[in-house]
Design a protein around this ligand. Structure first.
Ligand code: KIV
Ligand code: NA
Length: 264
């Protein structure tokens, strides 16, 4: 299987074909999603609240994300692997961003990195791109800025649509190869997608984007509880694993596992 490269996503957009992206944080999920034909795997800072047990993405560190990134990049044959730069590891300066991104490429084996922000992150995006690191931007609702944005809220409604458009243009001009749009009204996201030459990837941004991304624990039902409106649940892994664990527990306690065939 030929590797997915950044230019392939651009070519898909030019042909009017959609592509898909999922998060992945370990060997088996990465291998399965790769086998399924998912073009892009994101080792998201969402590992913070989907792997490390935090409530938000803010606490996760570079040191925590690098080993997950390495596990995913080692486990794919075809998918493009995106390393997600965590909060505080790139905002201070283009130099800080470059040094962090280099670690994701060298130590994590990522093929590119993602960072949050539009107009204000243009210097970072330029620095990385010139230094040989492809950048996926992330605009609209940006979870690392939750406390500045005032919580999980749709961005770009009404007059603020101009802000999303300006951010989209800025990241493209700075050299980003793609842009994630999170929680943006569908018509705004569609307009951005028509206007940009680089692919757009939506999460809560409607069907008008070139690609879509979801956190896999949400999409496949490993996580339970209140889901954002933009999630469709494709499986019930929570239920499957819960039942399996209960069956195992019952067998052990009944003395029916291990059986003769499991015994030397
Ligand atoms: O960290 C993450 O999972 C993300 C996606 C939801 C885009 O940034
Ligand atoms: Na993220």
């Amino acid at each position: 299987a030929k590797r997915v490269r950044t230019h392939h996503l651009r070519e898909l957009k030019e042909r009017g074909e959609r592509f898909s992206m999922l998060t992945a944080y370990d060997q088996y999920t990465a291998g399965i999603f790769d086998e399924a034909g998912i073009e892009v795997l994101l080792v998201g800072d969402s590992a913070s609240n989907n792997v490390y047990g935090n409530e938000t993405s803010l606490p996760v560190t570079v040191e925590e994300l690098l080993p997950l990134t390495r596990a995913v990049s080692r486990s794919v044959r075809r998918a493009l692997v995106v390393g997600d730069l965590p909060f505080g590891s790139y905002q201070a300066s283009p130099e800080q961003a470059y040094l962090t991104a280099v670690r994701f490429m060298k130590e994590g084996g990522a093929h590119c990195v993602k960072l949050e922000g539009g107009v204000e992150m243009a210097p970072q995006i330029e620095k990385l791109t010139r230094g040989g690191i492809p950048v996926m931007a992330h605009i609209g609702f940006t979870p690392q800025s939750e406390h500045t944005l005032g919580g999980y809220r749709v961005q770009g409604r009404g007059e603020t649509a101009e802000r999303v458009l300006a951010d989209a243009r800025a990241v493209q001009d700075a050299g980003a190869f793609a842009v994630v749009m999170e929680m943006v009204p569908g018509d705004v996201a569609a307009q951005v997608t028509r206007e940009l030459v680089i692919p757009t990837i939506g999460i809560g941004a409607g069907a008008g984007c070139d690609g879509q991304v979801l956190v896999w624990q949400d999409a496949f039902g490993l996580r339970t509880g209140r889901m954002p409106r933009f999630v469709r649940q494709y499986a019930d892994l929570h239920g499957t694993l819960l039942q399996a664990a209960r069956d195992y527990d019952a067998d052990v306690k009944a003395g029916t596992f291990p059986a003769e065939e499991h015994t030397f």
